[in-house]
Design a protein around this ligand. Sequence first.
Ligand SMILES: Cc1cc2nc3c(=O)[nH]c(=O)nc-3n(C[C@H](O)[C@H](O)[C@H](O)COP(=O)(O)OP(=O)(O)OC[C@H]3O[C@@H](n4cnc5c(N)ncnc54)[C@H](O)[C@@H]3O)c2cc1C
Length: 291
Amino acid sequence: MKLPPFAYFAPSTLEETLALLREHGDESKLLAGGQSLVPLLALRLARPSVLVDLGHVAGLDHLAAGEGSVTIGAMVTERRAERSEVVGAQLPLLAEAMPLIGHQAIRNRGTVGGSIAHADPSAELPAVAVALEAEMVAESAQRGRRTIPAESFFQGFFTTALEPDEVLVELRLPAGESRTGVAFEEAARRHGDFAMVGAAVVLRVESDRIADARIALAGVADTPLRRPEAERALRGEEVTAEAFEDAATAAARDLSPPSDLHGTAAYRRHLARVLVRRALVRAAQRLGVSP
Ligand SMILES: Cc1cc2nc3c(=O)[nH]c(=O)nc-3n(C[C@H](O)[C@H](O)[C@H](O)COP(=O)(O)OP(=O)(O)OC[C@H]3O[C@@H](n4cnc5c(N)ncnc54)[C@H](O)[C@@H]3O)c2cc1C
């Protein structure tokens, strides 16, 4: 389908980009990999009169390990993050989730920042960002830079804390915690489809007891969802099948996931329980402790 008409700008610096957003505000949209935005334009679900292409903007494609964290520029492609040695070594949860995003052709173009800014509640990266307690760095011409914690970044269905004049510049993901096992599990109807439900788990075990747990779900609400009750249920427990089953049950309790042609709400609740349990078991196995 033909795209609707729009004015197209291809700035080469962040300053120029921010000035364009300041000038055009609500009328404009940033274009990153185009893997979500272009279909939305074709279907007339988005009608910006101005597109600002981030493809030539310098300084948005860095990927580097710092002290205790990895910083990923917004324009790093999903495929580059997937193949990155830094990500493989320091962010095993992200490394595990990346290949589950669509197909390789999509990951070749789709960007890490685009996925986060698009905020599809079924997407893998937002759930990973919430489970890792990542920070998003945004910049605008008028207010400069600010850092937004993942938990308050995702505000609703395809809605984030980003203002229309802001660019998501980078993500900061805490890395390399010791005695921490992670796992990402999802169920999709076909390889490459969006997940019906996804579960991201971070588990820290000390002296054979669970010192900390973080659980985030995709596909069960308008945003990626932390499950604090399930996390509390795990803290201080020994690594047992029963503790994991109880936590998985708590993670699925009171969920109101959507019902659609892919699955009913009851089926998605069932998936949430099963996937959280599986992810907990695998995260523990990575630490050499089997329930
Ligand atoms: C067939 C198909 C299957 C897919 N399957 C999956 C899947 O299984 N899992 C999954 O997670 N995703 C999936 N995707 C989506 C894919 O991951 C997209 O690449 C991603 O969601 C958006 O990234 P993008 O770089 O293409 O962003 P774009 O499409 O260019 O932009 C998306 C939105 O984010 C905004 N935006 C982009 N970058 C920034 C920025 N730096 N600052 C502020 N706003 C910004 C844009 O204005 C736009 O509103 C699929 C896509 C397709 C076409």
